[in-house]
Design a protein around this ligand. Structure first.
Ligand code: C5P
Length: 244
Protein backbone atom coordinates (compact mmCIF):
# COMPACT_ATOMS: atom_id res chain seq x y z
CA UNK A 1 0.00 0.00 0.00
CA UNK A 2 1.35 3.42 -0.89
CA UNK A 3 2.41 5.78 1.84
CA UNK A 4 1.67 9.50 1.45
CA UNK A 5 4.62 11.85 1.13
CA UNK A 6 5.81 13.29 4.43
CA UNK A 7 3.66 16.29 5.03
CA UNK A 8 4.42 18.27 8.14
CA UNK A 9 1.99 21.17 8.08
CA UNK A 10 2.88 24.80 8.40
CA UNK A 11 0.91 26.93 10.83
CA UNK A 12 -0.77 28.70 7.92
CA UNK A 13 -1.66 25.68 5.82
CA UNK A 14 -2.72 22.65 7.82
CA UNK A 15 -3.70 19.63 5.76
CA UNK A 16 -6.75 17.41 6.13
CA UNK A 17 -6.43 13.67 6.63
CA UNK A 18 -9.30 11.19 6.81
CA UNK A 19 -9.09 8.33 9.31
CA UNK A 20 -11.68 5.57 9.04
CA UNK A 21 -11.87 3.14 11.97
CA UNK A 22 -13.11 -0.08 10.35
CA UNK A 23 -12.06 -2.78 12.78
CA UNK A 24 -15.47 -3.54 14.24
CA UNK A 25 -17.38 -6.76 13.79
CA UNK A 26 -20.85 -5.23 13.60
CA UNK A 27 -22.45 -7.79 15.88
CA UNK A 28 -25.80 -5.97 15.90
CA UNK A 29 -26.26 -6.56 12.16
CA UNK A 30 -26.27 -10.33 12.70
CA UNK A 31 -24.37 -10.87 9.41
CA UNK A 32 -21.62 -13.34 8.52
CA UNK A 33 -19.12 -10.66 7.49
CA UNK A 34 -18.20 -7.45 9.36
CA UNK A 35 -20.83 -4.85 8.54
CA UNK A 36 -18.39 -2.46 6.84
CA UNK A 37 -18.03 -5.05 4.08
CA UNK A 38 -21.74 -5.64 3.55
CA UNK A 39 -22.88 -4.44 0.13
CA UNK A 40 -24.99 -1.29 -0.01
CA UNK A 41 -26.10 0.08 -3.38
CA UNK A 42 -23.74 -2.24 -5.23
CA UNK A 43 -20.54 -1.99 -3.19
CA UNK A 44 -19.21 -2.67 0.29
CA UNK A 45 -20.26 -0.04 2.79
CA UNK A 46 -16.67 0.96 3.56
CA UNK A 47 -15.92 1.58 -0.11
CA UNK A 48 -18.51 4.38 -0.32
CA UNK A 49 -16.75 6.48 2.33
CA UNK A 50 -13.32 5.58 1.01
CA UNK A 51 -14.20 6.71 -2.52
CA UNK A 52 -15.80 9.92 -1.25
CA UNK A 53 -12.65 10.92 0.64
CA UNK A 54 -10.30 9.72 -2.14
CA UNK A 55 -12.13 11.83 -4.71
CA UNK A 56 -12.11 14.97 -2.57
CA UNK A 57 -9.40 17.44 -3.54
CA UNK A 58 -9.13 18.94 -0.04
CA UNK A 59 -8.39 15.58 1.62
CA UNK A 60 -4.64 14.99 1.48
CA UNK A 61 -4.83 11.26 2.17
CA UNK A 62 -7.11 8.66 3.75
CA UNK A 63 -6.13 6.02 6.29
CA UNK A 64 -8.25 2.97 7.09
CA UNK A 65 -7.77 1.10 10.37
CA UNK A 66 -8.66 -2.58 10.20
CA UNK A 67 -7.97 -5.53 12.47
CA UNK A 68 -4.72 -7.45 11.98
CA UNK A 69 -6.45 -10.49 10.52
CA UNK A 70 -8.85 -8.65 8.21
CA UNK A 71 -9.43 -10.82 5.14
CA UNK A 72 -11.48 -8.39 3.02
CA UNK A 73 -9.65 -5.06 2.90
CA UNK A 74 -7.01 -5.90 0.27
CA UNK A 75 -9.68 -6.68 -2.30
CA UNK A 76 -11.57 -3.50 -1.46
CA UNK A 77 -8.64 -1.10 -1.84
CA UNK A 78 -8.21 -1.40 -5.60
CA UNK A 79 -5.09 -0.08 -7.38
CA UNK A 80 -6.79 3.21 -8.33
CA UNK A 81 -7.64 3.83 -4.66
CA UNK A 82 -4.24 2.74 -3.35
CA UNK A 83 -2.47 6.02 -4.17
CA UNK A 84 -5.05 7.91 -2.11
CA UNK A 85 -5.61 5.48 0.76
CA UNK A 86 -3.42 3.47 3.13
CA UNK A 87 -4.49 0.48 5.18
CA UNK A 88 -3.31 0.27 8.79
CA UNK A 89 -3.72 -3.15 10.40
CA UNK A 90 -3.74 -1.83 13.95
CA UNK A 91 -7.40 -2.16 14.99
CA UNK A 92 -8.06 -2.27 18.74
CA UNK A 93 -10.68 -3.75 21.04
CA UNK A 94 -12.87 -0.62 20.87
CA UNK A 95 -13.50 2.12 18.31
CA UNK A 96 -11.52 4.61 20.35
CA UNK A 97 -8.58 2.24 20.62
CA UNK A 98 -8.64 1.76 16.84
CA UNK A 99 -8.64 5.55 16.32
CA UNK A 100 -5.83 6.05 18.83
CA UNK A 101 -3.69 3.29 17.26
CA UNK A 102 -4.35 4.78 13.83
CA UNK A 103 -3.26 8.23 14.98
CA UNK A 104 0.00 6.82 16.30
CA UNK A 105 0.61 5.05 13.00
CA UNK A 106 0.22 8.23 10.92
CA UNK A 107 2.62 10.27 13.04
CA UNK A 108 5.09 10.27 10.12
CA UNK A 109 2.54 11.93 7.83
CA UNK A 110 0.57 14.31 10.01
CA UNK A 111 1.82 17.43 11.77
CA UNK A 112 0.44 18.55 15.13
CA UNK A 113 -1.74 21.23 13.55
CA UNK A 114 -3.04 19.09 10.69
CA UNK A 115 -6.71 18.20 10.82
CA UNK A 116 -7.88 14.60 11.16
CA UNK A 117 -11.41 13.76 10.03
CA UNK A 118 -12.45 10.58 11.84
CA UNK A 119 -15.30 8.88 10.01
CA UNK A 120 -17.17 5.66 10.81
CA UNK A 121 -17.02 3.03 8.09
CA UNK A 122 -20.69 2.39 8.82
CA UNK A 123 -21.79 5.78 7.38
CA UNK A 124 -21.79 5.21 3.62
CA UNK A 125 -23.92 8.31 2.90
CA UNK A 126 -21.18 10.89 3.42
CA UNK A 127 -20.81 13.14 0.38
CA UNK A 128 -18.44 15.87 -0.83
CA UNK A 129 -20.86 18.64 0.15
CA UNK A 130 -20.88 17.53 3.80
CA UNK A 131 -17.07 17.37 3.86
CA UNK A 132 -16.92 20.89 2.39
CA UNK A 133 -19.38 22.19 4.98
CA UNK A 134 -17.31 20.73 7.79
CA UNK A 135 -14.04 22.12 6.43
CA UNK A 136 -15.48 25.53 5.58
CA UNK A 137 -16.95 25.89 9.08
CA UNK A 138 -14.04 24.54 11.08
CA UNK A 139 -10.88 25.66 9.30
CA UNK A 140 -9.43 28.23 11.69
CA UNK A 141 -11.52 26.98 14.63
CA UNK A 142 -9.72 26.71 17.97
CA UNK A 143 -11.22 23.36 18.92
CA UNK A 144 -12.69 21.57 15.89
CA UNK A 145 -16.07 19.92 15.72
CA UNK A 146 -18.38 17.37 14.22
CA UNK A 147 -21.34 16.83 11.94
CA UNK A 148 -24.53 16.37 13.95
CA UNK A 149 -28.29 16.70 13.56
CA UNK A 150 -30.71 18.49 15.91
CA UNK A 151 -32.97 15.92 17.60
CA UNK A 152 -36.53 16.19 16.23
CA UNK A 153 -38.27 13.33 18.04
CA UNK A 154 -39.77 13.60 21.51
CA UNK A 155 -37.43 11.68 23.80
CA UNK A 156 -38.52 9.20 26.46
CA UNK A 157 -36.56 7.69 29.32
CA UNK A 158 -37.45 4.02 29.78
CA UNK A 159 -38.23 2.63 33.20
CA UNK A 160 -37.21 -0.87 34.22
CA UNK A 161 -40.47 -2.36 32.94
CA UNK A 162 -40.19 -1.04 29.40
CA UNK A 163 -42.49 1.89 30.17
CA UNK A 164 -41.95 5.57 29.63
CA UNK A 165 -40.83 7.06 32.92
CA UNK A 166 -40.43 10.62 31.70
CA UNK A 167 -40.02 12.89 28.70
CA UNK A 168 -36.53 14.27 28.23
CA UNK A 169 -36.54 17.85 26.90
CA UNK A 170 -35.01 17.80 23.43
CA UNK A 171 -34.14 21.51 23.29
CA UNK A 172 -30.44 21.86 22.56
CA UNK A 173 -29.93 18.14 21.91
CA UNK A 174 -28.10 16.96 18.80
CA UNK A 175 -27.38 13.47 17.49
CA UNK A 176 -23.67 13.14 16.72
CA UNK A 177 -22.54 11.96 13.29
CA UNK A 178 -19.12 11.72 11.70
CA UNK A 179 -16.73 12.97 10.38
CA UNK A 180 -15.47 14.49 13.59
CA UNK A 181 -12.61 16.87 12.86
CA UNK A 182 -9.85 17.79 15.27
CA UNK A 183 -6.21 18.79 15.10
CA UNK A 184 -3.88 15.79 15.20
CA UNK A 185 -2.11 16.68 18.46
CA UNK A 186 -5.29 17.67 20.31
CA UNK A 187 -7.13 14.48 19.37
CA UNK A 188 -4.18 12.30 20.28
CA UNK A 189 -3.85 14.04 23.65
CA UNK A 190 -7.58 13.74 24.35
CA UNK A 191 -7.68 10.02 23.60
CA UNK A 192 -4.49 9.35 25.56
CA UNK A 193 -5.86 11.20 28.58
CA UNK A 194 -9.19 9.38 28.40
CA UNK A 195 -7.31 6.06 28.36
CA UNK A 196 -5.01 7.06 31.23
CA UNK A 197 -8.02 8.05 33.30
CA UNK A 198 -9.75 4.75 32.52
CA UNK A 199 -12.58 6.58 30.77
CA UNK A 200 -11.99 5.31 27.24
CA UNK A 201 -14.80 2.77 27.58
CA UNK A 202 -17.25 5.54 28.42
CA UNK A 203 -16.78 7.39 25.17
CA UNK A 204 -18.35 6.41 21.88
CA UNK A 205 -17.03 9.21 19.71
CA UNK A 206 -14.01 11.45 19.39
CA UNK A 207 -15.82 14.61 20.47
CA UNK A 208 -16.50 13.13 23.92
CA UNK A 209 -12.76 12.77 24.52
CA UNK A 210 -12.29 16.43 23.54
CA UNK A 211 -15.14 17.44 25.89
CA UNK A 212 -13.32 15.64 28.74
CA UNK A 213 -10.51 18.17 28.27
CA UNK A 214 -13.05 20.91 29.03
CA UNK A 215 -13.28 22.00 25.39
CA UNK A 216 -16.46 22.47 23.35
CA UNK A 217 -16.45 21.02 19.83
CA UNK A 218 -18.50 22.96 17.30
CA UNK A 219 -21.72 21.37 16.04
CA UNK A 220 -22.01 21.52 12.25
CA UNK A 221 -25.32 20.49 10.67
CA UNK A 222 -25.04 17.05 9.04
CA UNK A 223 -27.64 15.20 7.00
CA UNK A 224 -30.10 12.32 7.40
CA UNK A 225 -28.37 10.61 4.45
CA UNK A 226 -25.25 10.33 6.60
CA UNK A 227 -26.97 7.82 8.89
CA UNK A 228 -25.06 5.07 10.68
CA UNK A 229 -25.94 1.56 9.58
CA UNK A 230 -26.25 -0.41 12.81
CA UNK A 231 -29.24 -2.71 12.42
CA UNK A 232 -30.23 -4.76 9.38
CA UNK A 233 -33.13 -2.43 8.56
CA UNK A 234 -30.79 0.62 8.39
CA UNK A 235 -29.20 -0.90 5.28
CA UNK A 236 -32.38 -0.41 3.22
CA UNK A 237 -32.59 3.25 4.25
CA UNK A 238 -28.93 3.85 3.41
CA UNK A 239 -29.49 2.22 0.03
CA UNK A 240 -32.46 4.51 -0.61
CA UNK A 241 -30.31 7.62 0.02
CA UNK A 242 -27.35 6.33 -2.00
CA UNK A 243 -29.48 5.48 -5.01
CA UNK A 244 -30.64 9.06 -4.93
O1 C5P B 1 -20.08 -0.60 16.09
P1 C5P B 1 -20.15 0.86 15.73
O2 C5P B 1 -21.06 1.13 14.56
O3 C5P B 1 -20.38 1.78 16.86
O4 C5P B 1 -18.67 1.21 15.18
C1 C5P B 1 -18.34 2.48 14.71
C2 C5P B 1 -17.09 2.40 13.85
O5 C5P B 1 -15.97 2.00 14.64
C3 C5P B 1 -17.19 1.35 12.72
O6 C5P B 1 -16.62 1.91 11.55
C4 C5P B 1 -16.39 0.19 13.26
O7 C5P B 1 -15.81 -0.61 12.25
C5 C5P B 1 -15.32 0.91 14.06
N1 C5P B 1 -14.71 0.08 15.12
C6 C5P B 1 -13.32 -0.12 15.14
N2 C5P B 1 -12.74 -0.90 16.10
C7 C5P B 1 -13.50 -1.53 17.02
C8 C5P B 1 -14.91 -1.34 17.03
C9 C5P B 1 -15.49 -0.52 16.06
O8 C5P B 1 -12.63 0.44 14.28
N3 C5P B 1 -12.92 -2.33 17.91
Amino acid sequence: MNQPASSASTASQPRHFALIPAAGVGARMGAQIPKQYMPIAGKPMLRHALETFAAHARIAHTFVVVSAGDAWIDELVTPELASRATVLRVGGATRQESVFNGLNEIRHAAGDADWVLVHDAARPGLDAGLIDRLLDTLDGDEVGGLLALPVVDTLKRESAGGRSQETVPRAGLWAAQTPQMFRYALLQRALRQAAEQGRIGAITDDASAIEMLGLQPRLVEGSPRNLKVTLAQDAALAEFFLKG
